[in-house]
Ligand binder design. Structure first.
Ligand SMILES: C[S@@+](CC[C@H](N)C(=O)[O-])C[C@H]1O[C@@H](n2cnc3c(N)ncnc32)[C@H](O)[C@@H]1O
Length: 261
């Protein structure tokens, strides 16, 4: 049963995962110490969370076009914006971690697969205001609400790329010389995840960071994560349970780090 399997995976992760102690890679140690475990409050967190609050109070109903693996919570096509805000967005703790990872990386380009209501996009843009942001969404009505979110967050320059990732992602990759930061947060299915990963490979470089969401969401996602980790181009991976970070650093011993957050 899904929930039992997920709970077991979570407990196993908690048992096996480390904090910064016991991590011998200087690169990973610094990332954990300076970025992952930076729990200082920041003004941007309050600004974005105030906008999330407006979505929690938004009772409008929209029609969902679901091109992905669907939801474990509610598979109705008609959804209230407040319900989407509660069920589909990265929670503050993870969205703020993404903010810190991007602020630390200083990418020239940022790609998000799965805009939804645009809350995480706000964090990504504010972490890297000079980067070119590409955010992709398959549901036009959801993307419309994301545009309202961008307006509230004063990032009118970001325009969601609307359509199925299968159709839109190749064009976005083609537009960019080298991929700096990619966050895959939609269509959590094994084959799709592996396909998006493989599409990225020709354009990754030594400082690229790929992040996959929900790596324990299903048996298929766990298998996809295993294959990504095992790929010969991948050196370091950091498994935070909710998300998995992938790096291609030459000279680093291949290692998967399980880290508690
Ligand atoms: C989990 S939500 C993204 C949440 C968002 N990143 C955040 O944290 O604020 C996933 C989104 O991906 C979109 N999606 C799923 N599969 C897709 C596909 N194949 N093509 C385009 N969009 C897709 C869904 O419509 C949904 O809005």
């Amino acid at each position: 049963m899904f929930n039992l399997r997920f709970a077991k995976d979570y407990l196993l992760h908690r048992l096996k995962a480390k904090n910064r102690h016991g991590v011998h890679s200087p690169f990973v140690y610094r990332l954990i110490d300076n970025v992952i475990y930076d729990f200082d409050p920041k003004k941007v967190y309050t600004d974005v969370e105030n906008i999330r609050e407006t979505l929690f109070n938004d009772t409008r109903i929209i029609t969902i076009t679901d091109l992905g693996a669907g939801s474990h919570v509610n598979n109705n096509r008609q959804k209230k914006i407040s319900d989407i805000a509660h069920n589909a967005l990265k929670p503050p703790k993870l969205a703020q971690l993404l903010y810190r990872l991007v602020a630390d990386l200083k990418p020239r380009n940022v790609i998000e697969l799965g805009t939804c209501l645009g809350i995480t996009t706000l964090y990504l843009q504010k972490a890297s205001p000079t980067a070119k942001i590409y955010t992709m969404e398959g549901c036009p009505e959801t993307a419309k609400i994301a545009k309202e979110t961008f307006k509230k967050g004063e990032i009118n320059i970001v325009e969601p790329v609307i359509g199925n990732f299968d159709d839109t992602f190749p064009g976005v990759i083609n537009d960019i010389d080298q991929l700096d930061f990619v966050f895959v947060d939609g269509n959590h299915q094994k084959d799709a995840t592996l396909k998006y990963f493989e599409w990225c490979l020709p354009k990754v470089h030594e400082n690229t960071m790929l992040i996959f969401d929900d790596i324990y969401w299903s048996t298929g996602m766990k298998e996809a994560w295993e294959q990504i980790k095992a790929h010969p181009q991948v050196t370091v991976t950091i498994d935070l349970f909710w998300i998995g970070l992938v790096f291609f650093k030459p000279g680093q011993a291949k290692e998967d780090f399980l880290v508690k957050i």
